[in-house]
Write a protein that binds this ligand. Structure first.
Ligand code: TRP
Length: 445
């Protein structure tokens, strides 16, 4: 159906670009901080290995065999009840829901790159004021940069798989690795590094409650880009005979490594300069800038480098969040790529403006329900609910609905004897854990 295919390395970069995102550098450190460190990291790592990895292979397999947008892939592959299974593909809508707040955060990052060029806040209090002024009263700045993020994402996607998505990832991802690598190496030379290692790897289970558990499992999905068709859509453009298992291993390793490196680096800086690990979503926007200020000139350079790397990570993921629906409109409605890109992006752009408003004084009270405003609901419902549901659908589909022989034909040569281990994990461990997470969620809500 499609002609443009990823090159082998292009696919790995794009899949890694999707996985490595704000989730790794912005979210992972702050939720680790909020839920007390080591034990949380442990649950996250176990989930990534036991469930994330199995579902990554399953999601790639659906795309690889289906060769089309997510809806058509489910429909093509389902042996019976095609009209029902095709709804599995509508999980892709979750990507647009994620984008509602994701694009806004990328906007904050753009704003922070520009501000870091001109100077940094000299104390945590000042940094707090700067962030909360932007968040609660500066609608125009947020709108401006959210618009910029929308324009870049739309432009890249409109250029297609090869000329847009692959190119973006081939350029930005290596730069991201270098920036994070350099900053991480510097962090290892500081005294705070040991404290950071201890914080992240010494489990204290007293800090774990059901919210922490649900958050850790939800995050494992989120960070690997699982459960909504990003990986599936990219895999539909894989060349024949591609090695799904090898690609999954590389993507999982890169994603985990970047999260751990970013976490260790941030916590080192915080410990070294007296910041707080548990400062919530403002961690990289409040604690970090004031820490960078204390580093002097180097801190200024680091601040710009850091926010640039964050922007790169965010953009490569954003593209993968939108592409599944774009592909859907191209395949099912025969829209041109340009039209599909613009129409799809307009959705998250417009609803994203509501997410901005949900923080703005005077509007936020109308856009808050329970303990969360619109922005937070978009985050919570996607990560804690939609992605696990998507993961469940995929694991059931590949584990029970696709004939085993079809699955085995592709994956046995790649997995060898571990095929049975993978199949078991996909059929039993993954769905059971996901159901537990969802039941837990009912309590959490
Ligand atoms: N994984 C990305 C991050 O960590 C976000 C992302 C991109 C994503 N595509 C996805 C999350 C698909 C869930 C599903 O920031």
């Amino acid at each position: 159906m499609k002609i443009a295919r990823f090159s082998r390395i292009g696919f790995i970069m794009a899949a890694a670009g999707s996985a490595v995102g704000l989730g790794n550098i912005w979210k992972f450190p702050y939720i680790t901080g909020e839920y007390g460190g080591g034990a949380f990291v442990l649950i996250y790592l176990v989930t990534v290995l036991l469930i994330g990895f199995s579902i990554m292979i399953a999601e790639m397999l659906i795309g690889y065999l289906g060769r089309a947008d997510t809806v058509s892939s489910f429909e093509n592959l389902a042996p019976t009840r095609k009209h029902l299974w095709k709804f599995g593909g509508f999980q892709s809508l979750a990507g647009l829901f994620v984008m509602i707040y994701y694009s806004v955060v990328i906007g904050w990052i753009f704003h922070y790159i520009v501000s870091a060029l001109f100077g940094l806040p000299s104390s945590v209090d000042e940094a707090k004021t700067v962030f909360s002024t932007m968040l609660h009263s500066d609608f125009k700045t947020q709108l401006f940069y959210h618009t910029l993020s929308f324009l870049i994402v739309t432009f890249v996607i409109a250029r297609g798989i090869k000329g847009g998505i692959e190119k973006l990832n081939m350029v930005l991802m290596p730069m991201l690795f270098i920036i994070v690598g350099v900053m991480f190496l510097y962090a290892t030379t500081l005294d705070g590094f040991h404290k950071a290692v201890e914080f992240m790897f010494k489990p204290d289970f007293s800090k774990i409650n059901s919210t922490a558990f649900v958050t850790a499992v939800g995050h494992a999905f989120f960070t690997l880009s699982l459960g909504m068709g990003s990986i599936m859509t990219y895999s539909a453009s894989l060349e024949k005979n591609a090695n799904l298992v090898k690609s999954s291993i590389i993507v999982v390793i890169l994603d985990t490594a970047i999260a751990l490196f970013a976490g260790l680096m941030l916590f080192t800086f915080l410990y070294e300069y007296g910041g707080q690990p548990s400062s919530g979503p403002g961690l990289v926007f409040i604690s970090l800038p004031s820490v960078f200020y204390q580093m002097g000139m180097l801190g200024n350079i680091f601040a710009v480098m850091f926010f640039v790397s964050l922007a790169f990570a965010g953009l490569t993921s954003a593209v993968s969040l939108v592409e599944p629906m774009v592909q859907y409109f191209i395949d099912r409605f025969s829209w041109g790529r340009k039209k599909a890109s613009v129409m799809t992006s307009l959705f998250f752009y417009i609803v994203g403006i509501v997410a901005i408003l949900s923080h703005i004084d005077g509007y936020s009270s109308y856009l808050t329900w329970g303990s969360r405003n619109f922005f937070d609901w978009a985050d919570f419902l996607t990560a804690a609910f939609m992605l696990p549901v998507g993961g469940l659908i995929m694991s059931v589909f590949v584990g029970y609905v696709l004939p085993k022989s079809q699955v085995e034909k592709v994956l046995r040569p790649q997995l060898g004897r571990t095929f049975e281990v993978w199949y078991f994990s996909l059929r039993y461990i993954a769905p059971v854990s996901l159901v537990i997470v969802m039941l837990n969620l009912v309590g959490v809500l």
